[in-house]
Design a protein around this ligand. Structure first.
Ligand SMILES: [Zn+2]
Length: 85
């Protein structure tokens, strides 16, 4: 394993072991450049999905239910079973 190629803030050479791709250790390596494999790319949305409160399918479902409820309400008002307020 090679040593890290970075300089520290005091201008000395970093003495940690570097990785093979960029010869920088975990301290000086910088940001991740993202997933490389298809499997890794497919894992991203899964990792960001929490409870689905704002997912497309849930919002669409909620929208459909509200539309249905509004039409039912309008029908009830039309037949006189429900009063308009
Ligand atoms: Zn280093």
């Amino acid at each position: 394993m090679q040593l890290c190629n970075a300089r520290t803030r005091s201008r000395d050479a970093c003495r940690r072991f570097g990785n093979f791709k960029n010869r920088r250790c975990h301290i000086y390596g910088g940001k991740s450049t993202g997933p490389r494999t298809d499997e890794g790319r497919q894992r991203i949305p899964k990792a960001h999905f929490k409870q689905g409160r704002r997912s497309k399918s849930y919002l669409q479902q909620r929208h459909d239910l509200k539309t249905e409820l509004r039409s039912i309400e309008a029908d009830l008002i039309k037949t006189g079973l429900l009063k308009k307020d």
